[in-house]
Structures are given as structure tokens and as C-alpha cells.
Design a protein around this ligand. Sequence first.
Ligand code: SAH
Length: 363
Amino acid sequence: MSALGDRIKAALAKGGLITVERFMQIALADPQYGYYMTRDPFGTEGDFTTAPEISQMFGELIGLWAAEVWTSMGRPNPVRLIELGPGRGTLMSDALRAARIVPEFRAALDVTLIETSPPLAQIQYDALLTAGAPIAWKGAFAEAPDGPAIVIANEFLDALPVRQFERRGGEWRERMVCLDDRGELAFGVADKPEPYLNMEADEGSVIEISALAHRFMFELAARLVKQGGAALFLDYGRSVTGFGDTLQALRAHRSVSPLTEPGECDLTAHVDFAAMSRSARAAGAAVHGPIDQGDFLRALGIDVRARALTERSPDRAGEIEAARRRLVGKGDNEMGALFKAMAVANRAVRAPPGFHPIPAKPA
Ligand code: SAH
């Protein structure tokens, strides 16, 4: 068991219980042992690989997306470009390079990176040292400077803790983490039922609610409504709210039990895009999508970009095509349908690029 696991066990020793939400929060964000607080989790050496780490095309297309949104916002200067959970800084680095083709946009940019992890903030700093844009780091979205904003978040929402509720004896009870007879971490349920949850379901069904993600989405949408701008979310999840336990732990690219070695494996839950969309609309924002990531990237021109890169570096043709397919393909082990894109925007922003169906090829 990990150091953090031992500490949680000691805290639960005398019949204690914590919610799944609290467990997830500790496992990911404990200042001393939390997963993101202690390491660089990405890449083949790490625990998982994200889209910007697969290909430069991903960040480049998002940079061009931002430039086009800026134009439909009426070209404000300055404009806040805010990224949530920037990982290694790869997406932002590729986006800023691509945005050079719209010099007025580049000149108007004021970049804020929202990051809780000290080691990742350091890696982002190194990656963006020569990016040529003013960049500041903040620990929470609420600390980002005011003004019209373009917000980018890839695989951010899935890291926000969820509460889980399980159907037991005809009632919903919150799922908890406790100790079993052998003193190991185990799932249980709270003694008291949750009478305000009243959906019908079969015994054993699980529902997930991310109160933190709801609050965050409402605040973000309210800001965009008041101060102008748009936000782009890319993540894996479902388009329709449904039942199911999606809590998932990854270590070295393999799925492991969420309760083994907290702090040593990534812990995520699928994003409920329908629920996120409801929160954003409740705050008065317009919502575009969710649509499949593959359709989004193809509408932004990933095929054309891949051809241009291949012409420039013919020796890399195989690698570029493999990356393109991994990002847009809809088969197993491809991200095109598993991941969704959703935009939240001030109603004054015309339909953001990428969310319109691509016209069919003439026969
Ligand atoms: N966007 C990056 C990284 C995704 S991993 C990429 O696509 O490669 C999740 C990122 O969110 C990490 O950078 C992690 O440190 C950060 N993070 C997790 N919880 C956060 C929170 N509550 N606030 C800000 N950043 C957070």
C-alpha cells in the first residue's frame, strides 16, 4: 500500500467512512502525496497519454479555433487565453505557434494557466519559456484576470471528484470508502439514505454526480455571459446522463482498482456532458455539442494539416497518419468517438468553428 493509502487507512481505523468524492480529492490532490502533486504522469513512461502528447496537430487546431473565436468576439484586445489543467504545456505551446498566422490575435493574447500541481507548473514554465506571450500561473479559475476570455480544457473535467450513489433496498445511499474485516480499503454505503434522489432503478445501480464540476461549470458560464468569450472542453464521457460506475484508475497504461495505492495511480470519472450542458445553460450561456472529437477535429481541418506535415517531412508519413487516426478514428483504442468536444459560449459569439457538420464529399 502507498504512503497515502496507509494514511487514509489510519484515519478510517475506528469505523470511519469517507465519500468517494473525498477519497478522489485526497488521492489526486493531497498536497504531500496526491497523484498530480508529485509527478509528471504523461507519456509512454508515465501512466497515460493525452491528445496533445500524441500529435502537435491537436494543439495547433485548437490555437486556430481560438483565433477564429476571437474574431467572432469582435477582436478584443487584450483577450484572456485561459487553459485549465495544462499538463506538460504541450497544447498551449502548439496553439501559440499556430496562432502566429493571425498576428493581431497573438499580439492581443494574455495567457493564464490554471494548475494545482507544482511539478507540472514547472514543466509548463520550461515548455513555454520561448513561446513569446505573457503567461501567468494561477491555482484556481476564479483567480484568472477579468475580461473577455477564451478558455481551453483538455482532460480537465474528468479529474474533478464525483459523488456516487448506489441503489440498496429500494433507496439511494452514498457510496463510501471504509475498511473491510481485514483492514483493507473497501467500498461501502452510508447508513442514511438520500431521500431527495428519487429516480427509479434496479438494485445495485450507481449514479454519479460531480457537484464540484457543476459549480465550476456554472461559474465559468456566468463569467462568459457577463464578460464575453467562449470555452472549449474535450474529454471522455457520455452525451446522455445515465447509470453506471465510471470511476477508473490507471497506472502505467493499465487499469487498476481505484482503491489500491491511492496517490500512485490516476483516478478519473467519465464526464457527464449532458449535466455540464445543463449547468452552463442555467447560467445563461449557449452550449455547442457535445460532438465526437473525431468529427470536431475533422471539421477543423486535421486531414489537411496532416497532409501538409507529411509533405514537409515525408519520412514521418507513417507516424503522422498513425497519430491522426488515433485522434479521429472511432474504433477500439482510438479517441475519435470516446472523446467529445463541447463549447460553452456567450450568446454574442457566433457558432464556434468545428461544431457544424462537414459537408459530404461529392460522389
Ligand atoms: N490538459 C493536459 C493535462 C490533462 S491531465 C493534457 O491534455 O495533456 C489533468 C490536468 O489537470 C493536470 O495538469 C492536473 O495537474 C490538472 N488538474 C487536476 N485537477 C485540477 C484542479 N482542480 N485545478 C486545476 N488543475 C487541475
